[in-house]
Design a protein around this ligand. Sequence first.
Ligand SMILES: Cc1ncc(COP(=O)(O)O)c(C=O)c1O
Length: 398
Amino acid sequence: MKRFAERLSRIQPSATVAISTKARQLAAEGKDILSFSMGEPDFDTPEHIKKGAAQAIVDGATRYTAATGTPELKKAICDAAERRRGVKWTPAECAVSVGAKHVLFNLALCLFEKGDEVVIPAPYWVSYPEQVSLAGAEPVIVETTEESGFKVLPEQLKAALTPATKAVVLCSPSNPTGSAYTEAELRALADVLAEHECWIIVDEIYGELVYEGFDQKSLATVAPELRDRLLVVDGVSKTYAMTGWRIGWLLAPAEVIAACNKLQGQSTTNPTAVAQEAARYAVAETQDCVAEMRGAFEKRRDRIVEGLNAIEGVSCRKPEGAFYAFANVQGLLGKADGDRTITTDLDLCDYLLDTVGVALVPGSAFGAPGYVRISYAASTEQIDEGLRRLGQAAAKLA
Ligand SMILES: Cc1ncc(COP(=O)(O)O)c(C=O)c1O
């Protein structure tokens, strides 16, 4: 008997989860580990959201809902999306799923099949290519450079598009680099996409987390002419420190929503009823909690970027958003501590975890060898201690 389906062999386990698990294991064994590997805010879900959810349980939010979300939540999401992006969507153009990852998974299964190509700029979020592969399609990775701010250039995008291109995936601000496209950059990409009939998936899950007044724009706002092919992915995980609630959504043409509804109706059915109620409190008009978290993230970003650039062999571009620093560690590669030679970013991450108890994610996991991702969703004390340890490890490598 063939015990497992062939499709399982097409995907890799999540590298970010793997390193976090190793870090947790070492910590459980009593080692002093500082983990900068997780992609989640260290804040707790704001109090008013938790209280609203607790009341919702009392009030009976305990049953199945419509497969892709309650009408009340969909309306609240559309209202919030209009306030943020100045674009109107109707509840028929909104589907709520079990996190943005599930939204993307639904899209992969509904849209992609064998023979399709999906263009993904690197560095990319780990799940994009895996989900495309699982659906039987081909991820086409377009490498960007640090010089372009890890952003795909219009001419690169144009060169990657073929008659087989079924979709392009853009993420801004980006996980893992924190880079965000300016309005002009989005406009230039939109001009290329206007010439090629394919779906455009824009992952805007970090859209609210931009700093120093960066003018974050949605492709939906910048290029309304692409609307009938534009699939906007968003959710509560990052903006509201709600990773465990598992609510994400898609804003897209009604035919795509109907397809996701069909698939979700035969898989998870609805996202948890009480989590949907919590999300309704999150996206409501008052957004003070987001401003507070944004302020804290900005200070940490500045601290970590400055600290990283002070370490010999390490350099780091100042990211516009999200909560990741993506540091160039090529200056440390090829060096050694005794008989332990550090050849790749993977070696370096292993070495840092073993010797100074610092968990980072190797850039190779995101299609960018020679870099490491450092999540600064950590306290300033942890950041300072982490930087101290990194400096110590870097100094030991000769
Ligand atoms: C770029 C990006 N998209 C989507 C997700 C998925 O978020 P969730 O499933 O928690 O809503 C993440 C989470 O790490 C992410 O970084």
